[in-house]
Design a protein around this ligand. Structure first.
Ligand code: FEO
Length: 397
């Protein structure tokens, strides 16, 4: 368990979790990392921590630099368990009298998580002395929790950005110049779409403020709490975020559905072809074999999301309800929606989906399309019209 040197007196001392696949309901097909950093100044400072279970990995890496008991202070930029879970054990090991700094909300959240733990919480001020150097704090409320903050080391241009600019990608490499964008790019978008979509307004405001304050040229390194460290080109991930926050729709549609006896599946296939024939980049996903978080990543840049469901006991399909609940929580903007599905006798499913899409603020250019029982070629005309209507609506954007 070796530390990785980033700069003189600054090290990565986190943990790599190659095995995690379910990150509170979000699929992480290539695991994640829990990044933590050690600054060696007159005061030895640990920035962030690791998930519970990885404490010994962190302490082992620190021990190759200094005796972990010599850590003087700890900064917690974000109080979610994947970063805070290791704190009780680490604080106990280094000495419970050592201060643990967090935002005011961070202190409150950590105390709520670790009731009864002997931790010397301190609320950060504007900055914190490291000895010769100092850290400056920037509150980033709701990016993505109320406690979230960034720490900045102005002398070296290092931004500790907690979850911001991260990705769930476990690799032995730590830096952006060691992994090509063709590999990390999809994971960065997947992370943004699934974690940061509800907060695009806050992120956009933050980027604008940082730019207006003239700070962007001063950021030489971005050190997030997950995935790669941006040392070669932090401007690249900043540029991607500046684009992603716009939620600008592309000429793209996502067909997502579940099916009972293949009739809704048949409709989904036909609809996919109709849209593709209209020149729309179209993606096809069955919720039987595709995780909702993967589908959401494809939805992020799509102009339209067309949701297919059968009707079961007067409701839409449970997997479709799960998907819609997830999408609703992400508060996506600028989306066109549509619903379709086959049914036997009552057929409420597509109507319920339509209503859900409406409640999310989606533009609905067409009523739902339902086909009773097993569709035949002659039944497909309304579906063709739906495809054409959606394609036209996308082309108008
Ligand atoms: Fe990586 Fe919001 O925790």
């Amino acid at each position: 368990m070796e530390p990785i040197k980033i700069l003189d007196n600054l090290y990565w001392v986190g943990a790599v979790d190659y095995d995690i696949r379910d990150f509170h309901g979000y699929l992480t097909p290539r695991g994640s990392t829990y990044n933590a950093y050690l600054i060696v100044d007159e005061k030895i400072t640990l920035i962030d921590s690791v998930r519970h279970g990885f404490e010994s990995e962190l302490l082992s890496r620190v021990s190759k630099i200094v005796d972990p008991k010599k850590i003087d202070q700890v900064v917690s930029n974000h109080a979610e368990m994947d970063h805070s879970g290791g704190l009780p054990e680490i604080m106990k090991y280094i000495g419970s009298e050592k201060p643990l700094y967090a935002s005011a909300m961070g202190v409150k959240n950590l105390a709520g998580q670790f009731k009864g733990a002997d931790i010397n919480y301190k609320t950060v001020g504007a900055n914190l002395s490291l000895g010769k150097d100092e850290l400056v704090f920037v509150e980033t409320r709701m990016i993505h929790w109320p406690d979230s903050m960034f720490s900045f080391l102005p002398s070296k241009g290092v931004l500790f950005s907690q979850d911001g600019f991260g990705m769930h990608l476990a690799t032995p490499e730590r830096f952006d110049d060691e992994v090509c964008e063709a590999i990390w790019g999809p994971y960065a978008l997947n992370y943004f779409a699934n974690i940061l979509t509800p907060y695009t307004t806050q992120i956009s405001n933050l980027i604008q403020k940082v730019a207006a304050d003239g700070l962007i040229p001063k950021i030489k390194y971005i050190l997030p709490d997950h995935g790669l460290i941006w040392r070669k080109d932090p401007g690249r991930i900043l540029a991607l975020y500046s684009e992603w926050v716009k939620q600008a729709p592309k000429r793209k549609a996502v067909i997502v559905f579940d099916t009972m006896w293949h009739s809704t599946e048949y409709m989904a296939r036909e609809l996919t072809d109709y849209l593709a024939q209209q020149g729309i980049e179209t993606r096809y996903f069955s919720l039987k074999n595709q995780h909702r978080s993967e589908v959401v990543t494809e939805c992020y840049e799509a102009a339209a999301i067309l949701v297919g469901t059968p009707t079961i006991n007067n409701q839409h399909f449970p997997s479709v309800a799960d998907f819609l609940c997830y999408v609703k929580s992400l508060k996506m903007k600028n989306k066109i929606g549509a619903s379709f599905g086959s049914y036997g006798w009552s057929g409420e499913g597509p109507k319920l989906v339509q209503s859900e899409l409406q409640s999310m603020g989606f533009e609905l250019p067409s009523p739902e399309v339902r086909i009773q029982w097993v569709p035949e070629e002659k039944d497909l005309e309304p579906l063709k019209v739906l495809g054409k209507t959606i394609a036209e609506a996308i082309k108008k954007l």
